[in-house]
Design a protein around this ligand. Structure first.
Ligand code: DQA
Length: 145
């Protein structure tokens, strides 16, 4: 099983970015943690991060026939990106949306996700554990198919 972890804008700054909301672990720390977890279950994981919407769309398109599932934290593009939503729908790769913070308890504009309706479901508010829960959710889903 091969899973793509897609990370949107500003997640490259995790560790120093608003640590009260996003914690002090870097994206590299999360990648190491997730790869250790994945290895235990014989799952292959690739991490990808971009600040550019079109690069995330390209990566989703390229994932077809390579990855079995996607776990994505679209970050700010969650609330704006029809293009990422359409890309997920276009490739038909089962996808789980994750967020470190709980987007439903923050500003009004964060409560809407344009990307979540293209996904199996959404995990939000569990800190970096949202990444681990995303891995469990996508692998259990794929196993049930
Ligand atoms: C985020 C929540 C988004 O609203 C925000 O724009 C982010 C991070 C999260 O993981 O909590 O960049 O996706």
């Amino acid at each position: 099983m091969k899973i793509l972890f897609l990370n949107g804008p500003n997640l490259n700054l995790l560790g120093t970015r608003e640590p009260d909301k996003y914690g002090t672990q870097t994206l590299k720390d999360i990648e190491i943690f997730i790869k250790e977890e994945a290895k235990k279950h014989n799952i292959e994981v690739e991490f990808y991060q971009s600040n550019i919407e079109g690069e995330l769309v390209n990566k989703i398109q390229e994932a077809k026939n390579i990855f079995d599932g996607i776990v994505m934290n679209p970050a700010a593009y969650t609330h704006t990106s029809v293009a990422i939503r359409d890309a997920i729908l276009a490739v038909s790769i089962p996808t789980v949306e994750i967020h470190i913070s709980n987007i439903h308890t923050r500003e009004e504009f964060r409560k809407t996700s344009l990307t979540a309706p293209a996904c199996i479901g959404q995990i939000t508010g569990f800190g970096i554990n949202s990444y681990k829960l995303g891995l469990i959710a996508i692998s259990d889903h794929l196993k049930s198919l």
